[in-house]
Design a protein around this ligand. Sequence first.
Ligand SMILES: Nc1nc2c(c(=O)[nH]1)N[C@H]1C(S)=C(S)[C@@H](COP(=O)(O)O)O[C@H]1N2
Ligand SMILES: [Mo]
Length: 422
Amino acid sequence: MQPGKTGRRRFLKESAALAGLTVGTIGSASGQAPQKAESDGEDFRAYGSHSRFENPRRKPSGMDPEHPGGGTGSGASLTPLQDSIGIITPSSLHFVVSRFRNAPPDLDPQEHRLLIHGLVDRPLIFTLAELKRLPSVSRIHFLECAGNGSPVERRNAKTVQETHGWTSCSEWTGVPLSVLLTEAGLQKAASWIVAESADAGKHAKSIPLEKAMDDVLVAYAQNGEAVRPEQGYPLRLVVPGWEGVNNVKWLRRIKLVDQPYMTHSETTQYPSIRPILEGKALWFNFEMEPKSVITFPSGGHRLPGRGFYEITGLAWSGRSAIRSVEVSVDGGKTWKHAELQAPVLRMAHTRFRFAWNWDGEEAVLQSRCTDEKGVQPTLTALAKIWGVNPDYFNTTLNRINHFNPIQPWNVTRDGSVLNGLF
Ligand SMILES: Nc1nc2c(c(=O)[nH]1)N[C@H]1C(S)=C(S)[C@@H](COP(=O)(O)O)O[C@H]1N2
Ligand SMILES: [Mo]
């Protein structure tokens, strides 16, 4: 079980130094007259933004997740997980992957149509307004690029934005795809869908019908407003828990077919070649495995001094809900349960918290999560699963998807936090 609130409070009482929580810090705001509002109009902006004292920013990926060895390919912009709070990623900071490096197309929702055809009894064309009349659902799900944090980038990465920033979590609202497919009438031979986008890249992806009928959404809203252009405005597919590439943005067409179509987006970069497969490739490895990472303190943070810190981070799995997260502050010698923020949702980011009293000595901070099927592996354990020497991850220039080892952050005596994976 997770330690309850009381355990946490006890920890706070026992922890000797609570830096900053002393009376000496009072005296800033008190005694000052409230400032007069300077301009009436601007106090109530029609569309709000963050305070000028905050500067959260996505960051272009130095490396290319789709082509880690170099070459042309997708562009990516990463979520600043080091600043993340709770489980929802602000839409403005949701990571972006554009496999064809194109800017979001400027799609007019009045003109845009969604076509459903192929092995159906009644091909259908929907306008946005028609889709919005249908029964809708809202669900919180993470998206993660299959190449998130793969070794080539990870070796040089300093911050958690660089090691893990190809994942974000939103509340998505839309129509269950099953509603639309049922309306179109599935023919017996239909066993896959191919979803295609309206942008210049014509991104297309085959998805088994079983998943399409299970929990896939045709989403028009994200975090309480229309899906952002970078995320697929006016319509995108949300395919919970599966490789990001399935979540077709700027969705315009769904064709019911009897086999995967081997599109550009699934035949390049997605099959995994591992020594243990003896010359064969692993195809259609859809589900994202359990992964967790400490977001504070993490690479690039600087701890001002010994004393109390709340370690916090995110855990997620494409296979189920997260069952538990353990944290180690001693290089993996001992592990203790972290507190999970409720509600813990299936295929959603899960926030964990862990009370820590830093003694000022070197420390290695790690988290590992467990879902309903298993535990997040160490780098050595992952090498075993892959049938490779652990050194392989140090040296390979191959694209490696589904790379989910435990991430260590090394805290030095001066309070610097460094990437300790390799
Ligand atoms: N039309 C279109 N859809 C797309 C892509 C794309 O390049 N074009 N990239 C895919 C990939 S590889 C990922 S990881 C996710 C990323 O979604 P996001 O940009 O909203 O974070 O979108 C997927 N859907
Ligand atoms: Mo991706």
